[in-house]
Design a protein around this ligand. Structure first.
Ligand code: HEM
Length: 130
């Protein structure tokens, strides 16, 4: 197996892990909530796994960019913008701030879910804008 394929497999495994953690963390906004705040059980391991998986996605993504000499398709830019949307909406949804209401957190989560779904659609469809 060549280095490019191995890096891609690590990239996609980290994506799968981040999708799994996304689902579990999303559940903390619906199950066992404490007033207006998310379920605190397993908060730290969920944050740790989320940080780890997104970090691996970014690091392997940048390595892949170098391996491809930055020769990317136009949809790749949309993927990066959506990835920034995903990170910032998750940040809003789970920020440690007693003043953020559950309904606001869930709104952030929905934006994150739409961004995640759009990224996955992009990498599967690989649209040609020519
Ligand atoms: C949740 C976010 C992401 C998802 C779901 C995702 C998913 C994927 C998938 C499935 C592939 C393989 C596509 C294929 O070859 O058919 C891929 C490739 C790639 N990803 Fe990501 N990725 C994400 C984030 C990122 C980020 C943040 C970067 C850059 C920093 C990145 C850079 C790349 C590059 C450069 C490739 C191309 C590999 C190649 O064609 O040789 N990805 N990604």
């Amino acid at each position: 197996m060549d280095a490019h394929l191995i890096t891609k497999i690590i990239h996609m495994t980290a994506v799968a892990l981040s999708l799994l953690v996304f689902v579990f963390r999303a559940a903390t906004l619906f199950v066992g909530v404490k007033g207006q705040q998310p379920n605190p059980v397993a908060r730290v391991p969920l944050i740790a796994t989320q940080h780890l998986s997104f970090s691996v996605v970014i690091v392997t993504g940048v390595i892949l960019l170098f391996m491809k000499d930055f020769q990317v398709q136009p949809w790749f830019y949309a993927k990066i913008i959506l990835f920034v949307v995903l990170l910032s909406s998750l940040h809003k949804a789970f920020k440690k701030d007693q003043d953020i209401l559950l309904v606001q957190r869930r709104a952030g989560l929905i934006i994150g879910a739409v961004a995640f779904a759009a990224i996955i659609s992009l990498v599967m469809i690989k649209p040609v804008f020519a």
